[in-house]
Design a protein around this ligand. Structure first.
Ligand code: 6V0
Length: 315
């Protein structure tokens, strides 16, 4: 087994999500080497060439199509391989198809790479993160999913629009499943320390219940709406992958709602779902069990129960 190259990333699956993520990672300047892997070798080669042609406008790095052996020393392996969500299909519908794909690719990755971080992106991401943790045998801090990092970005974006404020000043999380049972954690949401309802009133919005419901529904249905219109979603998730890799490689100890195996917080055990966590060079370095209302706690527990049931059926 080779020593890890701290400046190397591997992207497995070079479809919409994998190629957009590879492009975002190229632009980030975080890595000096990137290997793209796909069952469709031509696709991986085509993407590697196309993305490489942007390098004169970015920072030098080596980008090439390869196989699992080439991922042996990657500090981070991003797994996006899997069938995409079809119009009308829920993420959970995808489960059996993608668990099958993971049974073939995770052992291939871990045959050559024993020390890297597995960042799972393919859907249903929480189930596949649990499956990847089992199949890889890696310590749980080194196997986690992009979870609700994307949903949280959508949430911040929509709140920023609603309140006419920079979305980076909005502190709010979507937690639980990346999917239909996800929860908008309103009770802890704030804008630069000002509780969300107070900030809403400062901006002339007084119908809190109505706005909360609408925004949470819009976040939840974002992917369905985009898939309906253009067939896939990939730019938002690509930026999320880039942000997570940045927190890892720069050892930022950033708090991000990644999906990781839970151990009893809020009564959820043995299944991956998203809660804010500290992310650094060792992967998941600690959980941040934010304060939740009783309703949010109950919804989170229900989300965990749903995922656990699906995991038991699928694996
Ligand atoms: P896509 O464009 O069909 O790409 C999938 C790629 O995986 C294709 O290039 C396939 O050739 C490749 N592939 C399939 N099987 C294998 C295998 N055994 N080994 C290697 N490569 C393989 O799908 P798209 O890129 O749109 O989506 C990929 C996954 O990401 C899906 O599961 C989506 O649901 C998921 N997404 C996850 C998001 C998140 O927030 N976590 C967001 C968007 C999409």
């Amino acid at each position: 087994m080779s020593k890890l190259n701290e400046r190397k990333v591997a992207v497995v699956g070079c479809g919409f999500v994998g190629s957009a993520s590879a492009f975002a990672l190229m632009e980030s300047g975080l890595f000096s080497e990137m290997v793209l892997i796909d069952v469709n070798k031509d696709k991986a080669e085509g993407e590697a060439l196309d993305i490489s042609h942007g390098l004169p406008f970015a920072k030098p790095m080596s980008i090439y199509a390869g196989d699992y052996k080439d991922a042996g020393d990657a500090a981070v392996v991003v797994v996006t391989a899997g069938a995409g969500q079809k119009p009308g299909e829920t993420r959970l519908d995808l489960v059996k198809k993608n668990v099958g794909i993971f049974k073939s690719i995770i052992p291939e990755i871990t045959k050559y790479n024993k020390d890297g971080i597995l960042l799972i992106v393919a859907n249903p991401v929480d189930i596949l993160t649990s499956v990847a943790a089992k199949l890889s045998g890696f310590p749980e801090n080194r196997v986690f999913g992009s979870g609700t990092v994307l949903d949280t970005a959508r949430f911040k974006y929509l709140l920023g629009e609603h309140l006419d404020v920079d979305s980076r000043s909005v502190h709010a999380f979507i937690i639980g499943e990346h999917g239909d049972s996800e929860i908008a954690a309103w009770s802890s949401a704030n804008v630069s320390g000002i509780p969300i309802n107070d900030f809403c009133e400062m901006r002339g919005h007084f119908e809190h219940e109505k706005s909360m419901k609408r925004i949470a529904e819009d976040v939840k249905n974002s992917a369905y709406g985009i898939i309906e219109k253009k067939g896939a979603t990939y730019y938002g998730i690509a930026m999320s992958v880039r942000r997570i890799c940045e927190a890892i490689i720069r050892d930022e100890k950033s708090i991000l709602p990644i999906s990781s195996i839970q151990h009893g917080d809020f009564g959820i055990d043995g299944v991956a779902l998203s809660m804010p966590a500290i992310v650094g060079r060792n992967g998941v370095e600690g959980s941040v069990p934010i304060r939740l209302s009783d309703d949010e706690k109950a919804a989170l527990k229900a989300s965990g129960d749903t995922l656990k049931q699906v995991l038991e059926e699928a694996f």
